[in-house]
Every structure is written in C-alpha cells, then in structure tokens.
Write a protein that binds this ligand. Sequence first.
Ligand SMILES: N[C@@H](CCC(=O)N[C@@H](CS(=O)(=O)O)C(=O)NCC(=O)O)C(=O)O
Length: 213
Amino acid sequence: MLRLISATPSPYARKVRIALAEKRIPFELVTEVPWDSTTQTPQYNPLEKLPVLILENGKSIYESHYILEFIEAKYTDVPLLLPKNDVDGALFAKQVEVVADGICDALVLLFFENQREDGKRSEEWMARQRRKVDGGLKALADWVGDKQFFVNDNFGLADIAAGSVLGYLKVRFPGHPWRETYPHLARYSEDLEGRQSFIDTMPRPQKISDKIV
Ligand SMILES: N[C@@H](CCC(=O)N[C@@H](CS(=O)(=O)O)C(=O)NCC(=O)O)C(=O)O
C-alpha cells in the first residue's frame, strides 16, 4: 500500500491527502514532525521535507506539486485536471498551484521568523514575506471571483492548492484579515471545507520539540 509521510499542519501534505481521497486511492498516513530530529524525511527525501509518497516498490516521491503530477498521471480514474482536452485550463490550474504554494512558502518563512528571539527578528524580511502573502491572496481572489471553482466549474487541482493554503492561514495566522478583504474568497474557502476530503484533512497545529531558528 502507498504510504504518505505527513504533518498535521502541513498545507503541502494536505494537498496530497485531499487528492488521494478525491481519487479514492487507499494509503497509509504516517504523521510526524519534520522539524524534529526524529523525522523520517531524510531517509526518503534529500531535501528533508514532507510530504513524501512512498510507493509499494519503496521508491519515494516528494515535492507536493510533483506528487500530484505523479498521482494524476498514474491514477486516471478521477482526473483532477478537467476537462482532459483543455490544455489552457490545465496550465492555469498549475499557475494557481504555483501561487498557492508560494503563499505557503512565505507563510512558513514568516512563522519561523516569528519564532526568533526578541532583537533577532528581521522586520524587513517579515515585511517582504507579508507582501508575497498579500499579493498572492489578491491574485487568488481576482482569479476565483464569485465562482465555485477556479477552472471550468469543476473541482480540481487549483481548488486543492488554493483550499489548502486558505485552510493553513486559518490555523497558523487566524488574525490575518483576508476574509474581510476578500469575502468571495472566504465563501469559496468555506464551500471547499464542506467537502469530505477537506473535512477529513483539517489542519491542526503540531508541537515542535527541537530549536529551529
Ligand atoms: N515545496 C515543498 C515544501 C514542503 C515543506 O516545506 N514541508 C515542510 C513541512 S510543512 O511546512 O509543510 O508543515 C517541511 O518538511 N519542512 C522541513 C524542512 O524544511 O526542513 C512541497 O511543496 O512539498
């Protein structure tokens, strides 16, 4: 059986968990803290990051966007890039994933910069990351408008990526005003959180034991 190394708050791992659930692919969930010395990630990923998808033959697949590409190519029953002949739609969905993942990257950098001791946090660095988050959210809001899904009125890759980062914001940055700023995006996110694959993968904080920064 497939095994997925995941972490409870991870928006990247949530993308993969949602895709596997939507495609009804059975897998074993292995939950851990990638920031602690106990992590398994170095055994499977030279970049020492999760998510990691471990195949039945022991091969490991990593980087969430690549894992989703792998799953989409190998498990074609429930396509997440719809409709199959819409190249521009598929490319746009991947662009939405680029922006969603980029917002996640900036949020992770912000989260750990905030963990630095007083006097050691760089305000310039945090302002730079906040700009990326805000610029990315504006792009997502502009693109989704008042639609239910990003591409062709079908749930797919773009919604998995955008839904995951919006869910991560709620858990890690509950004070961020994105829902007031973008009410359509807030409604879009609430609608997605009603899907069973989202309900079953709600992010939760994790306790990090090791000193990271
Ligand atoms: N680009 C990667 C990012 C994955 C990532 O940063 N994962 C974090 C965990 S989480 O932020 O998603 O919770 C990690 O393993 N970090 C450990 C490390 O960077 O050493 C992806 O899309 O999979």
